[in-house]
Design a protein around this ligand. Sequence first.
Ligand code: NDP
Length: 292
Amino acid sequence: SRTPLTLLGTGAMGTALARAWLAAGHPVTVWNRTPARADALAAEGAAVAASAAEAVAANRLVVACLLDDASLGEALGGADLTGRDLVNLTTGTPGQGRARAAWAAARGARFLDGGIMAVPPMIGDPESGGYVFYSGSRALFEEHRDTLAAPAGTRYVGDDPGFAALHDVALLSAMSGLFAGVVHAFALIRREDIAPRDFAPLLVSWLTAMAPAAHQTAEQLESGDYAKGVVSNLAMQSAGNATLLRTAEEQGVSAELLTPYMELMARRVADGHGDEDGAGMIDLLVRAATRD
Ligand code: NDP
């Protein structure tokens, strides 16, 4: 029989997770701060606990998917975590993951932090490509690996409990740059006789073709040779930026999403590194935050 588990938080993501575990045959006990939000799951076979403490008492494996780290602290404030396996799928920072691991250990629980790389419709669908980064207790992860794999793929990224959040947030941060670019590109064509519907496939295939450049950046970081294999060097890109900015101006579009990246590039070129591509800018960013 399948491992029974407790799920705290039946919001959009928690509900999708609970459904996936129910569908896979796991007995699921749920708790939600606003009880009505667990009604649908009760009808689908979940047991509903009256309090978070009662839900935690019901099963050794306890999964939390709440709004943020503060809500996790609030929900679990009165619960006895002794001997529990706590899996936190609430999005947080690496620092919050590490602090929660220490907090859980002090309460006698094993702890695994998770970062969900999926939206609710992808949960429980093995074809969707959705997965969850996990870090923290390897023993917990190994023991519950099959259970954790029911809603989405699993990627264990290390025993540092901050690493799941770090991987999650790094990917989300890259996505915000990508979406900023998409927003700017649509703005450029907005007032022209170009159908967004016709433009979108061009955008998608260009971004898809360019994304593997990240592999070259990784190789440069690994080797320390930032000019290795450069095809489009920073001096050339920086000159090209003038065309991007002037086009924005011609089209009556604010360049505010582009300029911070372009200014960083110009600084790297001014420092005498026009023969590189992106890797050296990473050092500039890291140093900028640790300077003084
Ligand atoms: P929802 O807003 O749908 O649900 C939030 C949940 O947190 C609800 O169960 C809510 O309870 C509960 N909650 C909020 N504050 C408190 C509190 N102080 N004490 C106890 N419970 C509280 O969010 P999602 O389900 O979409 O997201 C949950 C987590 O999953 C978040 O960390 C999110 O970042 C992450 N995630 C979500 C994704 C998505 O696309 N939705 C994608 C990847 C990760 P109540 O019903 O009482 O308000």
